[in-house]
Design a protein around this ligand. Structure first.
Ligand code: ARG
Length: 253
């Protein structure tokens, strides 16, 4: 009797286990869930609102995932951590207001550009000495690590005889300039314009014309995750055609 009991128990465990395996297979087990990196302090592209991640990038990715039928999880981190995380395959891709550049193309493959941007110089609202690039001489720059803004500062450091101070996120570099600890920061035009549009008494202002024009792209590791890149491009086309893309942009005007 004891033996039969044991056999029954064993059988039951076996059935229970295999049942479990089956249910994971039918669930998300078989389907790849893409790990997508983003920053979350970069309004209007990605930011937190009521405990949720929102923004143009977040909504575009979500809309594309829906029309293309793929699943993903979002992984927020400092912008500077994104490319290393893609390169080491900890992430499958990233959407983070990332400018398509030739330098990045050495290690990344980009989607079609999904948003036009470019860099603007930004100074304290109280500063009326810095009016154009000619006034950059000897000034201190505050930049975000690993960005096209920091690249601009580094490329012109000698020419302007400038000091560069590095920060992990946009609010910290804005603060530095608003406080007068640094003179100038460089930020994507749509990001600084959005910030200024929300402030009653802005502490910062844009100086002169855009210093560059470039596009944001969705990125994957070079030569990897090409199916994800294709889905992004194909989904982008679909949401542009359906009007959903414009609807998303309108949510952040
Ligand atoms: N567009 C700039 C770049 O690609 C800055 C991006 C910063 N993005 C962010 N999510 N913090 O370098």
């Amino acid at each position: 009797m004891k033996k039969i009991g044991m056999i029954l128990a064993l059988l039951l465990t076996f059935v229970a286990c295999s049942g479990k395996q089956d249910s994971t297979k039918q669930g998300s087990g078989e389907k790849k869930v893409y790990k997508i990196g983003t920053d979350v302090i970069f309004a209007p592209f990605e930011f937190e609102k009521d405990g949720k991640y929102v923004g143009i990038d977040i909504e575009i990715l979500d809309a594309i995932a829906k029309v293309e039928g793929f699943e993903y999880t979002l992984h927020p981190m400092n912008f500077n951590g994104l490319i290393p995380a893609i390169s080491s395959s900890q992430l499958d891709g990233a959407i983070a207001g990332m400018t398509i550049t030739d330098e990045r193309k050495q290690v990344l493959d980009f989607s079609e550009g999904y948003y036009e941007s470019g860099i603007s110089a930004v100074v304290s609202a109280k500063n009326d000495k810095i009016k154009s690039v000619e006034d950059f001489k000897g000034k201190t720059f505050a930049v975000k690590k690993g960005t096209t803004g920091s690249l601009y500062a580094e490329d012109h450091q000698k020419e302007f005889g400038s000091q560069i101070r590095y920060f992990d996120d946009s609010p910290s570099m804005f603060q530095e300039v608003a406080n007068g600890n640094a003179d100038i920061t460089f930020e994507d035009y749509p990001v600084i314009a959005y910030k200024l549009s929300l402030e009653k008494e802005p502490t910062l202002k844009i100086v002169g014309d855009k210093l560059s024009t470039a596009h944001f792209g969705f990125a994957v590791k070079k030569g990897q995750n090409q199916e994800l890149l294709q889905k992004f491009n194909s989904g982008l086309k679909k949401i542009k055609e359906s009007g959903e893309y414009d609807k998303i942009l309108n949510n952040y005007k």
